[in-house]
Structures are given as C-alpha cells and as structure tokens.
Design a protein around this ligand. Structure first.
Ligand code: HEC
Length: 306
C-alpha cells in the first residue's frame, strides 16, 4: 500500500515537472527575446600585425617611440598610465638625459606630480622625476567623470591585456568611429546613439563616451618623418600599449627559446643515455637463453651480485 502511494506521488511530481517544461518551451518559442542591436552590429577587432607578435616577436623601438608621442600629445589628456614609470622608457631606446628631460622639462610632460612643500608642509605639486610613475590627468575618479560626461576614462597601462583582441582592439576602436548605419536605425529605431556618445561598432555596446581622439592626418608630428595618418597613429599607440602591458615580452620570448633548446638537448642526451644503459640487456653477446638469464648474466658481468 505504501509503495503504491509513493508511486502515485512520484508520478504526480514527474507530471508537474513535465508540464512546466512544456509550457516553458512553448513561451520561449512563441515569445522569443527581442534581438539586440549590439548583437547584430558589433564587430570583432580588425587584424593588426605588430613586430611583437608571435613566439619570437620583438618590439619595434621606433614604433613604440611614436606610440609614446601619440599617448603624450593626445591620450594623456584623459587617460592615466599609472603602472608605467618614466625610467621604464629606457626600453624604448631613450637615454637617462632624454628621460629626465621628458619627465621634468614641463614641455612634453605637462602634468605635475602631487608633493609637499618641505618648508611649509603644505600640499603642492612638482615636476616629474624619472623615478615617478606617469601622473594621472585627474586627481580622482570624481574629477575624471566630471570632465567626461560622467564616463570614466580607464587607466591604459593594462588595457591591451584586459580587452579581447588586445592591441588589435585598441587599433580598431580608434579607427572605428563612424556614423550610425541607416540599416541599424531602420531595424532598431530605439537604438539611436544618445547625445554625448559616439557610434563605434568595435565597442561592446556600440556607443562609447570617448569622443574620437584621432581625427586628422598630422595631428602629431613624428620626429622620424613617418606620415602621421590616423591609421598610423592608431597602430603606433596600440603597439605602445601592448608594450606597457607586457614590458617583459622580449625577455620572456628569449627565455622561452633558451629553455626549449635546453629541453631538446636534454631529451636527446636522455634518450642516448637510455640506449647506452640498456644496450647490453637488449643485445646480449651470443646468448640464447631466457630474459632472466640474460639479465643475470649482464649484471654478473658488471660485477653486481645476483
Ligand atoms: C577627451 C578625453 C579622451 C581622450 C583624449 C582619449 N580618451 Fe579614451 N576614453 C575616454 C573615455 C571617457 C572613455 C570611457 C568610454 C566609455 O566607457 O564609454 C575612454 C575609453 C577608452 C578605452 C577603453 C574602451 C573600452 O573597451 O572600455 C580605450 C582603449 C581608450 N579610451 C583609448 C584611448 C587612446 C589610445 C587615446 C589616445 C589616442 C584616447 N583614448 C584618448 C576619454 C578619452
């Protein structure tokens, strides 16, 4: 009797589950979630080839210097680079005097560093030293948002590691500003880019708060004479931001190569040693007996008791 009741209860339970599954599927089919403009119009980053790509890639110091120039003259008005210090720029081929001049002349680097007046103890600012990290353009997040329609320009030190596509994403974003396609507005009349935002299909939700920072050829004047097209400036600053996020990349690549060569040699030596040690066991001279006798004989030959 108890068994029958338990069976009936189980049956009812399974029946209720089945009904809820069927109604769930039916509502999904009859009332599909509306497609989003961002799902249809978002683009994957364009392809970007940099000298630092691949297992043996090395940075192109001339390109990194141009990227630094674009960052200094354009991006640093809004974006910080907190994890990079001025003396790190040695890796770009600058010498100590050049770095000192860059950090502290007030010419290239205009933002000063917070400090304390040693005489009065009052808060003040001073010119940056090579040992300082790049100072932020805004004192804190509140000030940064206040100056950017409540959007926060992220720190760029690790941006190429924190976004899918890395350098290619930054390059695509900088060259991807465009008018909103008419097709999008026809399909999604409610998805019009709001005021103060800018349409960019490479940005996750298509509308970014950053105004296009690179707009005209010659916006910066490269010292090495490279024509400063928008495409070139975007590539250079993307390469520079790949460096800020992976300054150890070249060292990692050459260490990886050395370790691979070492492991290859060690494997060959190990294999040869294995062949040598087992040679007599595998090729006993003039023996026709069982394996056991072979082994006994070889060990005996080597003077091992057995
Ligand atoms: C006028 C200020 C301003 C300038 C100049 C500027 N940006 Fe931005 N940037 C912003 C703001 C604001 C955001 C945040 C956008 C958002 O969240 O919608 C942003 C976001 C970004 C992002 C992150 C996008 C993401 O996926 O979250 C990157 C990368 C970026 N900027 C790169 C640059 C580079 C490189 C330059 C220089 C060539 C530059 N920006 C110049 C204001 C600026």
């Amino acid at each position: 009797m108890v068994r029958v009741i338990a069976f009936v209860v189980g049956l009812v339970f399974a029946g209720v589950l089945l009904i809820s599954l069927v109604t769930g599927v039916a509502t999904y089919v009859s009332n599909k979630p509306a497609p989003l403009a961002a799902e249809e119009f978002h683009l994957k980053p364009k392809s970007l080839h940099l000298a630092s790509d691949g297992a043996f890639g090395k940075f192109d110091p001339a390109q990194l210097q141009r990227g630094l120039q674009v960052y200094t003259e354009v991006c640093s008005a809004c974006h910080s680079l907190k994890l990079v210090s001025f003396r790190d720029l040695k890796a770009l081929g600058y010498n100590d005097a050049e770095i000192k001049a860059y950090a502290g002349s007030g010419k290239e680097w205009k933002i000063q560093v917070p400090s304390i007046n040693p005489e009065t103890g009052e808060a003040t600012t001073r010119k940056a030293l090579p040992s300082d990290n790049f100072p932020s353009p805004f004192p804190n997040e509140i000030a940064a948002r206040a100056a950017n329609n409540n959007a926060l320009p992220p720190d760029l030190s690790l941006i190429t590691k924190s976004r899918e596509g890395g350098g290619a994403y930054v390059y695509s974003l900088l060259t991807g500003f465009q008018p909103q396609p008419a097709e999008l507005l026809k399909k999604f009349p409610d998805a019009k880019t709001p005021p103060n935002l800018h349409y960019n299909p490479y940005f996750a939700n298509l509308n970014i708060a950053m105004p296009p920072p690179l707009t005209t050829t010659g916006q910066v004047t490269y010292a090495d004479g490279t024509p400063a097209t928008v495409d070139q400036m975007a590539k250079d600053v993307a390469a520079f931001l790949v460096w800020t996020a992976n300054p150890e990349l070249e060292r990692r690549h050459s260490a990886g190569l050395a370790v691979s060569v070492f492991l290859l040699v060690a494997t060959i030596l190990g294999f040869l040693a294995y062949k040598q040690i087992w040679y007599e066991v595998k090729h006993p001279v003039g023996d026709t007996g069982s394996n056991q006798t072979k082994i006994r004989r070889t060990t005996a030959k080597r003077g091992v008791a057995g």
